[in-house]
Design a protein around this ligand. Sequence first.
Ligand code: ATP
Ligand code: TZP
Ligand code: MG
Ligand code: MG
Length: 269
Amino acid sequence: MLEAGAILEQVRSANPLVHNITNVVVTNFTANGLLAMGASPVMAYAREEAGEMAGIAGALVLNIGTLDETVVESMLIAGKGANEQNVPVVLDPVGAGATAYRTRTARKLIEELNIAVVRGNAAEIANVAGRNWDIKGVDGGQGKGDLAELAITAAKQFNSVVVITGKEDVVTDGKAVYIIKNGHPLLTKVTGAGCLLSSVIGAFLAVENNHVNAAAAALAFYGVAAERAAGLAGGEGPGTFQVQLLNSLSFVSSKEINEKAVIMNGGGK
Ligand code: ATP
Ligand code: TZP
Ligand code: MG
Ligand code: MG
């Protein structure tokens, strides 16, 4: 039985440095979310320092939300610096499938780097894996399919753990599959809720070498924190929820995670 709360405790006691090369929309929210949960965020983009910073971090998170060639070059330098020091790398392929440039860049990062976890909505993962799946900008579209099957195929293709998020989340390394049923619809009304989650996964990878377990625990933690935040928001809208999400990332206890996490074995081997 996966003890998500125990991994959260390890994060809070280790206070891992998480190096993010992310998008301009979510930078502040990501840093505050990581601080709230007990990790230590840093954003470092310059090619002169990206490899060095990644090499001393507990995890590196690459997010293509507002990419350009300078950022992509820094991501490759940072990714290589992380790989050399066995620092786990998370990729969030924001908007892959919306434009050919995003799809191409996500594939290039996967080909040239050793990525521990790729986290996206179903449309992003499907498009990077070469399947047609409707996407609207950075928001998952209306495509339908077997998400566990998609995640398993993508994990084998990318040679990494794949996380597909939505109403339910799927995590797999191509063999073991977990379905996580925590979360709240208000997460879809706060920009960067997915991006912050990718960085939270990075913080969990920094302390847990079993990447499937680390990702599943991070999803349960985040989902339970969101449920707590929605309760505290008391029927108010996304603004109050966003503030309460930060508070809940800080205050949700490992006991509450273990009691409320809904992590199902989704088949696989
Ligand atoms: P999108 O742009 O499609 O919203 P995203 O990158 O923002 O994608 P999400 O799929 O929204 O990422 O996932 C972010 C978090 O929101 C995850 O913890 C996920 O479980 C949760 N989530 C997303 N949709 C729902 C929902 N309808 N109900 C409950 N939780 C949800
Ligand atoms: N545009 C480019 S990146 C970005 C937007 C709106 C943020 C996307 O954040 P998320 O977490 O995928 O909703
Ligand atoms: Mg979302
Ligand atoms: Mg996203």
